[in-house]
Design a binder for this molecule. Sequence first.
Ligand SMILES: [Mn+2]
Length: 445
Amino acid sequence: MIANTLIAQSEFIGRRESFFAKMPINSLALFAAGKEVTRSNDTEFPFCQNKNFYYLTGFNEPDALLVLVKGNEKQEAILFCREKDPLQEVWHGRRIGPELAQTEFGFDQCFTLAERDALLPQYLEGKAELHYCHGVDAALDQQVLVWLSVVKSQAKQGKTAPTNIVDCAPVVHEMRLLKSDAELDIMRQANRISGAAHQRAMEKTAIGKFEYQIEAELLHEFARNGARHPAYASIVAGGDNANILHYTDNGDTLKDNELLLIDAGGELAGYAADITRTFPVNGRFSEEQKHIYQLVLQAQEVAINAIKPGATFAELNAAVCEVLTGGLLELGILSGDFKQLIAEKACKKYFIHGLGHWLGLDVHDVGDYQIDEERQQRRKFEPGMVMTIEPGLYIPLTDTQVDEKWRGIGVRIEDNILVTEQGFENLTVNVPKSIEEIEALMANS
Ligand SMILES: [Mn+2]
């Protein structure tokens, strides 16, 4: 397997065409690949490609550079990549090399990395604008300045360097926000794999096991289905640990009468799933746990059912806050006047994070939310956008303002939702979510 087999080469070429169409004539764009990151001494973390670079190339090797040159009449997509090197390849793995990269990935020209510093000033010379995602990679910023200074040093020979440097991240991010059919197929599959992992975690959960043992079940199910790596560090949080939003220590034992919150998703062909479920360690919800769980579930269902083209996160948030505030009032966790509590956003004391986020190549995916002065997300949903919907309620053990019976309960429920012409499609289809479904699954395992 050389090229990405889940998305056709023609789609990557089409994305570059779309980007070219948004470049002015006589400009140049750069997109740098990711780098290998040292974990310790001479060992590296698993490589993760830069997602903008991947989106435009499908090329999964480190250190490469995509150069898009738009002249008056013609445009060229040029890739610089690691050269073939038998010794390096015996030690560290196969490299595609410039020759195969050109034929397999549809670039107009390919060169080795060694040729980069000689050719980049030539491409930059005479261009009016340089487009690249600056401020992300300090070494690249530095390198760009060097290439520009080489051109400027030839001013006496009549050579000119671009005078405008434009951050092109927003252009690619807007493209990435609307998913293609091929991307959606991968995201459905990433969700099915991740859903199966959550099911397995529920089945394997038992009093006395360590959180990391359940994490291992998740990773096993991801990897054996082709999602070799998790999309982010899995959160496996028993009891009060659920009240730490990004808890990833996963080192405690699971206790009777406590809930277990799992926020985990696999990454398939670069695309993330992001699913959360909360369920009782012993397989049966207590009365208090049921009340909180049912309220979060109701809020999540209200939000999901409101998703359609033209709806906004701001509207969903308002609906969710109404549900949560009403419920917390009924349970006696909040007290006072409903309207006043809504105006004060009182439920945010227990619902301490956002309702959701875009999802795609990144777990917190790119794309503008169009946040206004009141921090409301006003962007209208469009078919092809994918988001998470993940309300939660968190009552830490240390919260002495509520009745003791509620303390130590943390619940979040998160699904991945695609906006469609008709409304929405829930991509998270195979993990129990209702109290009855969860208790039934756990009773049989
Ligand atoms: Mn999420």
